[in-house]
Write a protein that binds this ligand. Structure first.
Ligand code: K2U
Ligand code: NI
Length: 212
């Protein structure tokens, strides 16, 4: 199991913590955010499972208004290990899809194996827990993706290898987190000349009003 010196420091700090705070998330002026992450060990080391738990708990906590208030958390639908200084290919997603179904994925060593030509985007643009400022502009991403992943299930404590097929909003979140593993940030993908440019093969995510 290879960790660089700084990761050991980060890891030790994190392991002593029982919860992540917004202040633990590194911002886009930190060089680590532009580094490439390394594959996580299979099977996962205990440290890697702990890091995954901290990340997943941060997302769950960020849906609880009392905890958000008490600890001043910034809500998120995804979080990648490099955002807390751990350069490992791991990220978590906790989000509702357009149909209103709630999804929680703890993803390890993801690889996008195929994608649609068609693209999609959020009309509101994207944000990032590592970016404190608002960056206006559209981020066009593949509308449908197929990715080979390992999923960690905290209930069964099992690591399963599978192929995830995602589309629309969940595909956007996946690609946003996947970019973090390659040191890419959402604003790298905004058209410099015309931030609100829309290619003809890109259509916005439509969130249906929650049917009663
Ligand atoms: O990686 C991150 O910084 C987490 C982002 C994920 C994201 C994915 C796709 C599009 C926008 C953001 C945070 O969730 S940003 C905060 C947020 C919270 C709720 C809904 C959307 C964005
Ligand atoms: Ni982000």
């Amino acid at each position: 199991i290879c960790y660089n010196k700084q990761e050991v420091i980060f890891m030790n700090d994190l392991i002593k913590k029982d919860m992540l705070l917004y202040s633990d998330i590194i911002k886009d002026d930190h060089p680590d955010l532009r580094q490439k992450s390394l594959p996580a060990n299979i099977p996962l080391s205990n440290e890697e499972i702990n890091v995954l738990k901290l990340m997943n708990d941060y997302l769950w906590n960020s849906y609880d208004n009392e905890i958000v208030e008490k600890y001043k958390l910034r809500p998120g639908v995804g979080l990648a290990a490099p955002q807390i200084g751990i350069l490992k290919k791991m990220f978590c997603i906790l989000a509702y899809d357009e149909k209103g179904d709630f999804h929680n994925y703890c993803i390890i060593n993801p690889k996008i194996i195929s994608h649609s030509e068609e693209k999609t985007y959020l009309e509101t643009g994207e944000g990032c827990l590592s970016v404190d400022k608002t960056v206006n502009g559209l981020v066009h991403r593949y509308r449908r993706i197929k990715a080979s992943v390992y999923l960690y299930d905290f209930e069964t404590q099992e690591l399963i290898s599978t192929v995830l097929k995602l589309e629309g909003y969940l595909a956007i979140i996946f690609q946003h987190e996947y970019d973090h593993l390659y040191g890419k940030l959402f604003y790298d993908r905004i058209n410099k000349e015309n931030p609100f440019f829309i290619p003809e093969n890109s259509h916005p995510v439509i969130f249906s009003p929650q049917d009663e």
